[in-house]
Design a protein around this ligand. Structure first.
Ligand code: SF4
Length: 150
């Protein structure tokens, strides 16, 4: 059955990573043949490309995306993009996120404390978190490739 798949644009070959490179994955594209792909990149939309990296940092009120260059909280533009994306695309059957991204990773993003100590390596990035909270089936790209039933 054809699915509407929301997918990190860098996995499709868009050069929207922080370093203006992509994460194109031919095996992934092959497995997704026949499905409708709807790409997204919250960070390029919010900050342009190339751009400084950011990390997920744990705060009492929740995880935030903090710029590694300036220390500024960059969460709001990513969260707003995510909300608008899912408000606009209400027919998403599956979300595939780029592993380890603080925006797109589903259960693979690193989480640090404010002193930059690593707390976890299986967090949801901010865009994936929005998808999960809306009840959308979400999976990291590397996990999707290893699953025969999805
Ligand atoms: S992981 Fe997400 S935010 Fe980062 S480049 Fe890919 S689509 Fe954009």
């Amino acid at each position: 059955m054809t699915k509407n798949v929301a997918i990190s644009a860098c996995l499709l070959g868009n050069k929207c990573r922080y370093d203006a490179k992509d994460n194109k994955n031919e095996d992934l594209l092959e497995k997704l043949e026949g499905h409708t792909l709807i790409s997204f990149c919250p960070e390029e939309h919010a900050f342009g490309t190339p751009r400084p990296t950011m990390d997920l940092v744990a705060y009492e009120e929740g995880n935030k995306a903090i710029s590694n260059e300036s220390g500024v909280d960059l969460s709001a533009p990513v969260q707003t993009y995510a909300q608008n994306f899912f408000d606009t695309h209400t027919n998403i059957d599956l979300f595939i996120g780029k592993d380890r991204s603080p925006s797109c990773g589903v259960c693979s993003a690193k989480l640090y404390d404010k002193e930059k100590n690593l707390l976890s390596t299986n967090e949801a990035g901010l865009m994936a978190k929005e998808a999960l909270e809306r009840g959308i089936v979400c999976v990291d790209a590397e996990a999707y490739l290893s699953l025969s039933w999805l």
